[in-house]
Design a protein around this ligand. Sequence first.
Ligand code: MET
Length: 569
Amino acid sequence: MARHLITSAIPYINGIKHLGNLVGSQLPADLFARYQRGRGHEVLFLCATDEHGTPAELAAAKAGRPVAEYCAEMHQVQARIAQGFGLSFDHFGRSSSPENHRLTQHFAGRLAEMGLIREVSETQMYSHADGRFLPDRYIEGTCPNCGFDSARGDQCDNCTKQLDPVDLINPRSVISGSTELEMRETKHLYLCQSQMKDELEAWIESKTDWPILTTSIAKKWLNDGDGLRDRGITRDLDWGIPVKRGDQDWPGMEGKVFYVWFDAPIEYIACAQEWVRADKGADWERWWRTDKGADDVTYTQFMGKDNVPFHTLSFPATILGSREPWKLVDYIKSFNYLNYDGGQFSTSRGRGVFMDQALDILPADYWRWWLLSHAPESSDAEFTWENFQASVNKDLADVLGNFVSRVTKFCRSKFGETVPEGGAWGPQEQAVIDELTTRIRAYEGHMEAMEVRKSAAELRAIWVAGNEYLQIASPWATFKDDPDRAAAQIRFALNLIPLYATLSAPLIPFTADLMLAAMGIGAKWPGDVTQALERMPAGHGFAVPENLFAKITDEQREAWQGQFAGQRG
Ligand code: MET
């Protein structure tokens, strides 16, 4: 039995994520976690909310809520939606947890001891009225370029010119509106990534099995010159992890917090500690410390392509630079973007389908199937309602749903709700067994390689094989002349249902559960296919399940197309 540590990029706390976010990390990570569990391996699957940084502070301010309360509430919202999608995290943590505070401060202290942190003096805008330094986004003023009066300290939203806060005419604090601002000297901590270039380069070079998308981004940043320059890891914000050296104060760093991208990946480890807090019997060190048994763990991370530089360079710099025996990632699976109906998903404009809305209109498995079978792996992908409708109606309703419904209903009408007795399997059945044996091994290969689209395509072919068998065997015709032979055919087809459920569970877990419950049997990953098809012998009782999938009508499709075109209410 192997052990798999699996993490998904942790979603920002400020708002509900859209389907593009979902398919870029959490959903494929869940697919892999469910698959590995299905194969009987030990899995620790972790995710969390990413709660620090200016976006969290600003979102809370916009909602008129204290930021800690806002985060606690949004964490619950995201946790509930994740559950609705069947995301099977062993723990869904919070980057603002006490565990992450301690661990982040620990890493900073340790990196300083290793000579990998330096202090840098900078000048920055200080607001007397607010009693704090203001990050660039907290300063507004008139754009020197176009005269727009609400340009931000980092960029003008009107003419898009990149700005420095000192460029603004009549700068004011976004928090208080005060114009009593002055440039003051302040100190920040920098992580000396540049010192680790050779080590990081050798590490990435050694990862010859990684997806091209991951290594090409990592190498671009490595060779860019700018990519590995030392990075500021502290900020002047109220909300965040206070800058400390282990548990000691850090002179000159009073009132400052760590930069969100410094503490967010550390939450992958802290999350395992939070999991232990929630489940006392658990042991996090055997997953994360190579001196405590984690050396035989395989660690896989899932993320969108924009997150790759942080996971291939900055976070490994933190881990390696600590010179402590932490588990380093073994494989990074990254994704391109999913676009929405001829444009982009837009959180600010409410364009596209957001996770809560998706579950309001259709069950999770419809979305999971479409998203996984169209995952943006080798290039960006696009969600269109036409494609979604066609895929649900054909693959789920016509192929899988119809198969289950025809077999179970026919059996009930002719033999009752038990697996029928009589007859024997022959060449027709053997041909299907042979095909399935090949296909299931191919499916496993794609899953092991985290080839998401190929896995879905192979699964679909496995379903199609069942439909084709029904077509050729035609038990309803056979029944008229040879009821015994029809019984054997139906016994065969009924036994395909729990096999299909087991294989489909990583993609469509809710439906798989319904299928297994109807068949009165648990999941069991198939070794020998013939044996797998003998699990429900003659006399085994079952129930005809409700229709597994409803088709999407043209009216529904058109209504949704209009509803999600923008301006989320
Ligand atoms: N919150 C980041 C994002 O959503 C991911 C952080 S992963 C440590 O892009």
